[in-house]
Design a protein around this ligand. Sequence first.
Ligand code: ASP
Length: 331
Amino acid sequence: MKKKLLIIFTGGTIAMKVDPLLHAAIPALNSEEIMSTINNIEEIVDVESINFGNLPSPHILPGHMMEICNIIKSNIHREDISGVIITHGTDTLEETAYFLDLIIDQEKPIIVVGAMRNNSELGYDGSSNLSAAICTASSPRALGKGVLVVMNNEVNAAGEVVKTNTLSLDTFKSPEFGPLGIVDNDEVIFYRDIINRKHIQTENIEEKIGLIKVASGMESDIIDFYIASGYKGIILEALGRGNIPPQMIAGVKRAIANNIPIVMVSRCHTGRVLDTYGYQGGGKHLRDLGVILGGNLPGHKARIQLMLILGKTNNLSTIKDLFEKDNLYTN
Ligand code: ASP
């Protein structure tokens, strides 16, 4: 019997064409038009479509991620649905994918997919990416792998993948460990598994989370701005192994005194943060002040995780325990 997939269309370049007056890509294609770019789909699977919207992904808000999550939660347990695909703009695709991966705890495949070339361009990659997503979502091999990102015939885990290039079709990479698998000859093949997938069960999120990329000579003013503006958590994308200039320490102390958790990750592309250095502003000093270590997550994904954890609790020690537990390479 043919399997049935639920496809939630949210927008992005996969749904765009070049506007002749603007000479720039804008939202244009509806779900039927996107599906019509794929040949012979009806021979492989049945598809049920949900038109969530036609949003460029810079317009996707954490509230939209929660809405997409709720749509998935209310359909994924249906017996007739074998898997779910979300079409999405690539700019914030990894944030939505990671959000869904953290919050949805079930076995059926959930695939996030987009395109780098719009439908007016030669070599529109929406059809091949969506076809590969369909092959993956309908495969029993994808069961229990969490949320996957399928682009350019590669399969990457939501927790590991990042957009690495502004233009290339081969932009989604897992820089730490490489892809989980590939789609070849309409079949998904996995090379490895993911250990330590993390789940955070919450109905609520806290959206006011600041993100600071730390650089040489930076001071506490940006931290003080977030405190004064009512932010409820701050991510520091810190230097190297997890260190900051000493001028930022006063701000870190003020944030923690105001019950605002500070999560530290690294601006390096790979490797975890650790309390290796004991000098002023070094990881050991920061950890002793109460800074939470965010493993090897990039800042924008640590921000998603803190949004979910702060949706559950504002107790600093519970936040630390929840954040540092089960993050790849936190401890
Ligand atoms: N700017 C586009 C978006 O994220 C890029 C894309 O979809 O590839 O909506």
